[in-house]
Design a protein around this ligand. Structure first.
Ligand code: EPU
Length: 341
């Protein structure tokens, strides 16, 4: 299959915020076999490369004088080890939620808490996606990627990805250098529900469910997410816009004296993680709107594009929120999605 190089393509339908910027060059990579041709194209173009998956974690502020590559490598398979561990390998271009549901339908458990996270399989390790008490790193075994500098294929173990909270070696140390082709997960035939996070147990009790099945838990998580988070097809967004800040527990305790309702969780020893949504909400930002850029009415951590907001509009709103939170709580919020150019 030949690569089809296109020019001056609008990226509006390729990013979940719906920013209408264009790519100077644009190509869709549909299989691993096409990589050699892509590598040659990258050399010929001599422009910076931006690889996107579902585009659900991107802020695009301007037209890109770049080569944009949409990763569409597909396929998934399961193999079972003697100890009952299941290795599931999926192509980087597969839709994340579709993969999660497929694993559950195969009686393959472990990804249920990560249901309905937008984006693709290959994008998931970039930021170590996480929700409801489970992170990708808890279930990932390894991944394969091409090094765009050398053209060589490389395997990364989970440890080598240096995963942190919404962070990986691909995001912080080598941005833009690797094109992930597939991800392998270590899953199980035995369903061990993770229910400790937030209101999950309460939600199950409210429905009269004592011990949920995996699909039931996945359904509940979909329902919970849908009740709080806007669907990108309807209102442009990139999920949580800021990371929940990790600060010294001493500072968190001082804040708690001034703000008894402050929501915080224990993190690594001596540190606490604050709910950024609570801080923003407390300052009255929830539901506010500046033109078409807004703070979602049901979740203050989510910034939304009501139609024609630009990436710059969203960043301006984000800057105002950061300044307000810093002035009032002395905490600097870090923006979570990746910003280009
Ligand atoms: N809160 C408020 N007001 C708000 C929003 C939140 O007071 O407007 C409070 C809630 O009451 C709750 C706390 O903040 O006590 C935490 O809120 P929530 O459980 O909704 O989770 P979150 O911290 O806002 C994180 C992840 C989400 C993930 C959920 C569930 C980050 C940056 N975000 O959100 O991930 O789905 O937990 O596990 O860690 C994403 O990364 O894009 C994302 C959506």
């Amino acid at each position: 299959m030949l690569l089809e190089l296109q020019e001056n393509i609008s990226l509006k339908s390729f990013n979940s915020f719906g920013f209408d910027v264009s790519a100077r060059y644009f190509v869709e990579l549909k299989s691993v076999e096409q990589f050699e041709a892509l590598h040659q194209l990258i050399a010929d173009c001599d422009l910076p490369v931006l690889i996107i998956g579902g585009g659900s974690n991107l802020i695009l502020t301007n037209d890109l004088n770049q080569l944009v590559v949409v990763n569409r490598i597909s396929g998934h398979s399961i193999s079972e080890a003697e100890d009952g561990t299941l290795c599931v390998t999926a192509g980087a271009g597969e839709d994340w939620h579709t993969l999660v549901r497929w694993t559950l339908e195969q009686g393959c458990y472990g990804l249920e808490n990560l249901s309905l996270i937008p984006g693709t399989v290959g994008a998931a390790p970039m930021q170590n996606i996480g929700a409801y008490g489970v992170e990708l790193k808890d279930r990932m075994l390894s991944l394969e990627a091409f090094d765009l500098d050398t053209g060589e294929k490389q395997r990364f173990s989970c440890e080598e990805c240096q995963f942190g909270y919404r962070d990986s070696v691909f995001k912080s140390r080598y941005p833009g250098r690797y094109l992930i082709t597939s991800v392998t997960f270590s899953l199980s035939r035995t369903f061990k529900p993770v229910l400790h996070y937030g209101g999950l147990i309460g939600e199950l009790e409210a429905r009269g469910i004592e011990s949920p099945g995996a699909l039931q838990l996945s359904d509940l998580i979909c329902e919970t997410r849908n009740s709080k988070l806007p669907q990108p097809e309807l209102i442009g967004n990139a999920g949580s816009f800021f990371k929940n800040p990790v600060i010294q527990t001493q500072q968190a305790e001082q804040l708690k004296e001034r703000y008894p309702g402050l929501v915080s969780f224990a993190d690594k020893p001596g540190y606490s993680k604050l709910a950024a949504g609570w801080l923003i909400d407390q300052l009255g930002w929830k539901g506010r709107r500046e033109g078409d850029a807004g703070v979602y009415e049901k979740q203050a951590l989510v910034l939304v594009n009501y139609g024609d907001a630009s990436g710059q509009d969203i960043l301006e709103l984000a800057g105002d929120i950061q300044a307000d939170v810093y002035t009032n709580f002395g905490v600097m919020l870090e923006i979570e999605p990746r910003c280009y150019p």
